[in-house]
Design a protein around this ligand. Structure first.
Ligand code: RP5
Length: 162
């Protein structure tokens, strides 16, 4: 999308994209402009801070951050901005995402991060959560979310058992 990105989808490594693409796909489905980038709290801290400062100054309203292992990405982004940060733990180590879940959810008082489920469900929900935040000031997007949920309900009600 060439519009100014309202949502940033940041991940610590390209290896996270298999999971984080679920967020990007959901944002596309809802017609929300987004930008996906690989930036790491540990490997590229200066570039991460620079990106967050510029992107939020340019109008980014929500940041989704996915990372695995000792996952500081969402926390350090939240430390640098008042834009809501939604965290997606990724199962990229032998601890299967529990390590990143605890790192993300156990933020100290004062720097909030909203942490979603481990893996693709969390990534998709992060995008829906971002949409719900944006929909507070966007009636058209709110209608889209109502329709999206209605479609999910219809799918469930149409399910038949063997
Ligand atoms: C984390 O380390 C990344 O978010 C990724 O989940 C994990 C492994 O990264 P790679 O070694 O695959 O680049 O920082």
């Amino acid at each position: 999308m060439n519009e100014l990105p309202l949502v940033g989808v940041i991940m610590g490594s390209k290896s996270d994209y298999d999971v984080m693409s679920a967020a990007v796909d959901m944002l596309h489905e809802l017609g929300i402009s987004c930008e996906a980038r690989v930036l790491s709290a540990h490997r590229t801290p200066d570039q991460l801070f620079d990106y967050i400062e510029k992107a939020t100054a340019a109008g980014m309203r929500v940041v989704i951050a996915g990372a695995g292992g000792a996952a500081h990405l969402a926390g350090v982004i939240a430390a640098k901005t008042l834009v809501p940060v939604l965290a997606v733990p990724i199962a990229s180590t032998p601890l299967n995402g529990l390590d990143s879940l605890l790192a993300m959810v156990q933020m100290p008082k004062g720097i909030p991060v909203a942490t979603l489920a481990i893996g693709k469900p969390g990534a998709a929900n992060a995008a829906l959560f971002a949409a719900e935040i944006l929909a507070l000031n966007d009636a058209a997007l709110s209608s889209k979310l109502v329709a999206w949920r209605a479609a999910r309900a219809k799918e469930v009600l149409e399910q038949t058992l063997p």
